[in-house]
Write a protein that binds this ligand. Structure first.
Ligand code: NAD
Ligand code: MG
Length: 396
């Protein structure tokens, strides 16, 4: 039976890109629950070679990919005796996702670096489970063109998009009125905006509901994460900007909702646990019984919802503006944000500098209709450079 824990189907070849990260390690936890369903063929990371070496020893993939030649040498040293091919960089990632023994690619690299391997996997007609939201923000138009031309499949992993995807099952596109993305509001939802300039890296990394990688945790604190998700939703579900609404929901129990033209609203609920949407993207269209924590409704006495405050969290407004501007604006927004978040994590700029720098770069760079990967790479590089220059200027 397709929904039982052990499978009579042949195991599917799995590539986990970003295997050492928050989503990557949780993906491997799901694989441990269903060892007969997967053959792990590819594991990759940028820098955490020690953890990757442990994962290779546990899952025995055919090939591993790391960020640099030096890390490749280090991985081989740690793995002496293990028969694994080691590849390097974006070229390595793009080559391994197209392997004939790979059926499903978990795209859990963080940032713009995730776009090229996702495109390569879709061109090779793989099923891609997409955690890397920056892919759709920067290259959504390109991704959708590649999906139209190839027999590939793209399944959302981001909890909001997984929730919407589940709410849309069996529904006609024409009946969708609004996609309602819920947002936790992050650690500073109730903090006085007057004190935002004093926010430390440690405070911003302390997310109330979710344990995630550093970059997305800062994005949640600025609410850029929700802005990126609005753009991601527009690209994935092909709706108008006006049809996407954000609601702050501090308990993170309702993962998102869809409102339909007859007044009905569907929601997907659960405890905040990324393993559930990760597993759904891997099991789709089936559901596999699993011991993930259950939501005890009686223990949750309230579910609150409030509109987001875009004066306090201007990143959300900047993202809507970039989506409406179209063309390369979302790519500029994303690159400027990645560069600014890196500078903040490095304690070189303040929390409020993040939206300030992004807005300045968006105002000054001209938006074009460019959409090839090469053009997007150039746009990304220019926006990053501008952020770094402005941050280094005495009166940024
Ligand atoms: P993370 O920082 O924990 O892990 C990132 C992984 O990507 C690591 O394995 C790292 O080595 C690798 N990596 C980093 N830079 C790379 C590069 N330039 N080239 C190749 N590999 C690189 O991040 P995460 O929290 O797991 O998030 C991954 C993606 O999933 C992000 O796009 C994030 O927005 C999205 N996402 C995460 C969560 C979550 O709960 N963590 C939820 C929804 C969506
Ligand atoms: Mg999300």
């Amino acid at each position: 039976m397709s929904d039982s824990t052990s499978s009579t189907e042949a195991p599917r070849g799995l590539a986990v890109l970003g295997a050492t990260g928050s989503i990557g390690t949780q993906t491997l936890e799901v694989v441990r629950l269903f060892p007969d369903r997967f053959d792990v063929r590819v594991l990759t990371c940028d820098g955490n070679v020690e953890l990757l070496a442990e994962q290779v020893q546990e899952f025995h993939p055919e090939v591993a990919v790391v960020g640099t030649e030096e890390r490749a040498r280090e991985l081989k040293r740690l793995l002496s005796g293990e028969a694994v091919d080691v590849r390097v960089g974006t070229d390595g990632l793009c080559a391994v996702v197209a392997r004939t023994d790979v059926d499903v690619v978990m795209a859990a690299v963080v940032g713009f670096a995730g776009l090229a391997p996702v495109l390569a996997a879709l061109r090779a007609e793989k099923t891609v489970a997409l955690a890397n939201k920056e892919t759709m923000v920067v290259g959504g138009t390109l991704v959708n063109e590649v999906l139209d031309r190839n027999d590939a499949q793209l399944l959302p992993v981001d909890s909001e998009h997984s929730a919407i995807f589940q709410c849309l099952a069996g529904e006609s596109e024409r009946t969708v009125e609004t996609l309602i993305l819920t947002a936790s509001g992050g650690p500073f939802r109730t903090r006085d905006a007057e004190t935002f300039d004093d926010i430390t890296v440690e405070e911003a990394l302390d997310h109330p509901n979710w344990s995630m990688g550093a970059k997305i945790t800062i994005d949640s604190a600025t609410m850029m994460n929700k802005g990126l998700e609005v753009i991601e939703a527009q690209r994935l579900f092909n709706v108008d900007v006006e049809q996407i609404q954000v609601l702050v929901h501090p308990q993170s129990i309702v993962h998102s909702m869809v409102a339909f033209s007859d007044g009905a609203i569907k929601a997907e609920l659960g405890v905040p646990d990324m393993k559930v949407p990760i597993q759904y993207a891997l099991s789709y269209p089936s559901r596999w019984p699993a011991p993930h924590e259950r939501l005890e409704m009686t223990e949750r006495t309230r579910l609150d919802f409030e509109p987001p405050d875009t004066n306090k969290f201007p990143c959300l407004r900047l993202a809507y503006d970039a989506l409406e501007a179209g063309g390369t604006a979302p790519a500029i927004l994303n690159a400027a944000n990645e560069a600014a978040v890196e500078l903040f994590l490095d304690e070189q700029i303040s929390f409020l500098d993040i939206p300030r720098l992004i807005e300045q770069v968006l105002d000054r760079m001209s938006v074009t209709s460019a959409s090839t990967l090469e053009e997007l790479v150039a746009t990304d590089a220019e926006a990053r450079q501008r952020v770094e220059e402005r941050a280094a200027a005495p009166s940024n």
